[in-house]
Ligand binder design. Structure first.
Ligand SMILES: Nc1ncnc2c1ncn2[C@@H]1O[C@H](COP(=O)(O)OP(=O)(O)O)[C@@H](O)[C@H]1O
Ligand SMILES: O=C(O)c1ccc[n+]([C@@H]2O[C@H](COP(=O)([O-])O)[C@@H](O)[C@H]2O)c1
Length: 202
């Protein structure tokens, strides 16, 4: 059984979820893990000297739980899909099935700054958009905890730049995508890339 784990990382509001939702619909036996599901509760988020809750740092996420969830998928993708209500093709019911591809997409804004997580990825995508576009998109977004005024310039953007620099220093093989392309173009580009890679592996 072949297993393939794809990271869809990138800037906040770059279009990670939009792309992931479309890929999951067309890729065979595909499960997804969203990093946003692993945010700690608000009372466990550190408050910085600037007075802002420090959401955009790795310690605001339960990374151990996230890594364990992904490990659970690697141990048994079919069981994982069933227990998460995701469809698996009929033939994959046979646990000994050869030549079956199982795909996991991991989506999130801080995927490539945590070694135990990066070790899992067979392929790393990273979506970026410029400052103005990011600030604009973020201003119309509603999170479970709404952004206080000034959070974007005071915390979100500086943390993005810091993590991006750390990621570039780590020398991971990352495929950069412009989030300014149309939703259709981004999807087509990544879908074709994944299909080509899987064909070469089989
Ligand atoms: N390629 C794109 N072009 C223009 N707007 C986009 C594009 N992709 C996503 N968006 C919009 O940007 C916002 C954030 O998209 P989303 O996929 O939730 O981003 P992320 O998961 O990276 O935070 C949404 O309003 C979405 O409709
Ligand atoms: O989802 C939550 O509970 C949540 C609570 C507070 C803040 N967030 C924001 O979620 C952002 C990452 O998600 P995303 O989809 O914009 O990439 C990050 O920039 C955080 O500031 C998210």
């Amino acid at each position: 059984k072949m297993k393939y784990i794809i990271g869809i990382g990138g800037i906040t509001n770059g279009g990670k979820t939009t792309l992931t939702d479309r890929l999951v619909k067309v890729l065979p036996n595909c499960c997804v893990v969203h990093q946003d599901d692993f945010f700690k509760p608000p009372d466990q988020i550190e408050v910085g000297e600037d007075g802002y809750k420090q959401w955009d740092v790795i310690t605001s996420l339960d990374m151990e739980a996230m890594v364990n969830t992904i490990r659970g998928w690697t141990e048994n993708p079919v069981k994982f899909a069933r227990s998460h209500g995701m469809p698996v093709s009929a033939s994959s019911d046979d646990e000994d099935e050869e030549g079956q591809v199982h795909i996991l997409i991991v989506e999130g804004f801080l995927l490539y700054n945590h070694k135990p997580l990066t070790d899992f990825f067979n392929k790393c995508y990273y979506i970026t958009i410029p400052y103005e576009e990011c600030k604009q998109r973020r201003s119309s977004r509603q999170y479970t905890v709404p952004d206080p005024p000034g959070l974007f310039d005071g915390h979100v953007w500086p943390m993005y730049l810091k993590h991006r620099n750390e990621m570039e220093d780590s020398c991971l093989p990352i495929e950069y995508l412009s989030g300014l392309m149309s939703k259709d173009d981004i999807f087509t580009c990544v879908h074709e890339d994944i299909q080509n890679t899987l064909l070469n592996c089989l």
